[in-house]
Structures are given as C-alpha cells and as structure tokens.
Design a protein around this ligand. Sequence first.
Ligand code: LLP
Length: 401
Amino acid sequence: MTGLDFKNLKRKKTPFYFYDIELLRETLATVKTEADRYGYHVHYALKANANDRILSEILKYGFGADCVSGNEVITAAAAGFKSSSIVLAGVGKSDDEIKAALENNVFCFNCESLQELHVINDIAVSMGKKANIAFRINPNVDAHTHHYITTGINISKFGILEEDLPEMIATVQALPALTFVGIHFHIGSQITDLEVFKELCLAINLLQEKYFTDSALFPTFVNVGGGLGVDYKDPHTEPIPPFGTYFAIFNQYLKLQPGQEVHFELGRSLVANCGALITKVLYTKKSSHKHFLILDAGMTELIRPALYQAEHQIQNITRMNAPLEQVYDVVGPICESSDCFGTDINLPLSNRGDLVAIHSAGAYGEVMSSQYNLRTKVKSYYSDTMGDRIIPICAGQERIN
Ligand code: LLP
C-alpha cells in the first residue's frame, strides 16, 4: 500500500469512520478468485458491517447475504442482494422477522431448535408460503478464540446438539410448509488457528455419514459458516487474510456427497482491515502512574476493546515519522473505566489536536456503535471519493509492546 497524503482527512470533523475502498475491492476480488477455484459460494455476513456503501461494493462481486435479523434481510434486499441469495440465521428469530423473511422470499432459514421449526411452519402456512430449512448443527468444536465469540461447543446457546438431530429430522419431514435443504455450522469468529477448520470438516464428515446419507433428507449444501480471523496486531503487512489457505483446508478435508454445494458466511475477514476509526486527541493527561491520551472517540464508536479486550493498532497520524518515545494509555471520553483502546501503547509524544487512527475497525465497528451518553452517530468517509487511503504504519512506528 502506498503512503498517500491524507490532507482531506484532516479537514473532517472527528471522530469518523474511514474506509479504504481500494483495499476493500482487492480483498473482495481475492475472496472471489479463491472461492471460485472450488466452486464455493460466499454469503457476506451483514452483521460485520451493513453500511450501504460497503454493501454496494460487496454486491458487485456476486456474494449472497447472511442475515441475523429481519432488518438485515430488509437491508440486504434493499441493497440489491437477490432474495435467492439471502439467508436468515439467528438463535432467536421473532415472528415478525420470520414473516419479513418469508415476504422477501429468502433462500433459507438456518434453524436452531425444534420449537423454531414449528413456529416457522405455522407462520408459513398462515401466509400460504413454503420455507426452506437448513439445520444449524452444533458440532462441539472449540474455535480457540475469545469465549464471547465461541459458538460451537456444547455449552453454547447456538445450534442443535447431535442428540436432538433424529427428532429434528423427523419433524422437518412431517411439517407441510417446510423443505429441508441443507446443514449449517458456525463455530466462532476471529479464528486464527486454521487447524480448527480442519476439525470442523472432520466433525461435519461424521455427522453427514451418520444422519444425512439417506436420500430422503439430502442436504443440497453444507454451510460451514464464517470465522476467518484477521491480523489485528499487524494489519498492514498482510492486509488481506489468507483466503487461499482457508478455502484449501475445506477442499482437502470436507467430504461432500455428489451434487452438494459448499457455502461460507464470512463477515470480518472481508471488511475489517479496510476500515479505520479516525479520532483526535482532546487532552493529554498525566497521573502518578500513567500518561493518558484522551481521544474524542470512545467505546460508543468502537466497543471491541472494551467488550473483548481486543487490541487494535493505534497510530498517531499527525506525527507519522516521530520516534515512539512515550507510553500511553489511550482512552475515550465515556464515563466508564472500560472505555480504553489500549494500555501501555508506544506512541510519539502527542499533543491536543493530533489525529489518531485506530486500525482494522471495518468489521464490528460502526455497526456496533451506540448512542450511550447520548453521543451522536459518527459519519463515514471513503477513500475513492476523498483521494486518501488508510494510512500505512511507518517503519519507525511499529508497536514495540
Ligand atoms: N455466521 C454466523 C452464524 C455468525 O454468528 C457470524 C458471526 C458469522 C457468520 C460471521 O462471522 P465472521 O466471519 O465475521 O467471523 N462482534 C464480535 C464478533 C461477533 C461474531 C458474531 N457472529 C467481534 O467484534 O469480534
């Protein structure tokens, strides 16, 4: 990535989200090329970022949409995703959300419980519709990621346990408005130990052999979920996640029955590194033990550090080439001690008014922002209309801690 001037960024009122559209396009093109190698289908998980400009780019690459709420279904349809490529997932779909999905003729419902099967059937019957159903199965595979985003072990609220499959199978066959179409798995997010995906494949193979080789209940697709992680510590060296290696694992280990498709629902890996939260230093403050950089962005704009102890790379972009001579706790203005973007971060000696970039904020950033403390929702800007790009880290500015 080239180090372009960021003159236009400097003129904007902070804080704001900034998206590098060129990097987004490079990432999407890579995903497409690598997935096409095996004929794999990718549904973009809107929950990672549902910004309409980002959606319009994603749409151009022919991906489907993975939605977890009625509003996401409506947003995906409005953005131009074909109904035949929209999926509604989620452990707690409300009746209104099921209706919205049926009205939009979504491709399928990823179903998580016996009771949900009955509810979808009843609503579909009352609307004179049919619903395609995939079972979200909990394969009991540990994703080795933060426990808040681990979803496929036996104590998770997500998915159907193996012991419940026989009853699910009998029920989906018996209910008149349901058509069984596939099986679905999602074991967690921000997975960087790729061995985990091999374990997922092996677990799926066993489940397929045991329950889904009977032609009466043929899964036309195996949806293996999302979860591919990004490098938050160093987002600039390899800004595009290792999609080639990732898809190759499924190609090597996932056993398919003739005619079966493989679906993916990736969110973070498509959008994380193309976004940065740009914020300004409001105050520099020294206490007996710490130097604080107090920013004008806080957990209301990017909650990941407060919620998952996530470490995003932090850079003073006003002083790109200055030595990293001060250790700061970088905090926001919100009245919560958890409103902290990072402790003991090496940065240049910084001043009020300096611009700071918090990198890799394109996924689960803007979309998880809140109005707590009655904060105003921040704006977003895009590299292709501003002439700026995400600012690359300078050689001298790598984090030392
Ligand atoms: N499919 C299902 C069923 C999911 O629950 C998720 C994410 C995805 C796909 C997309 O996963 P991805 O490819 O983005 O890892 N807010 C958290 C992440 C929550 C993930 C929720 N589910 C964070 O900021 O780390």
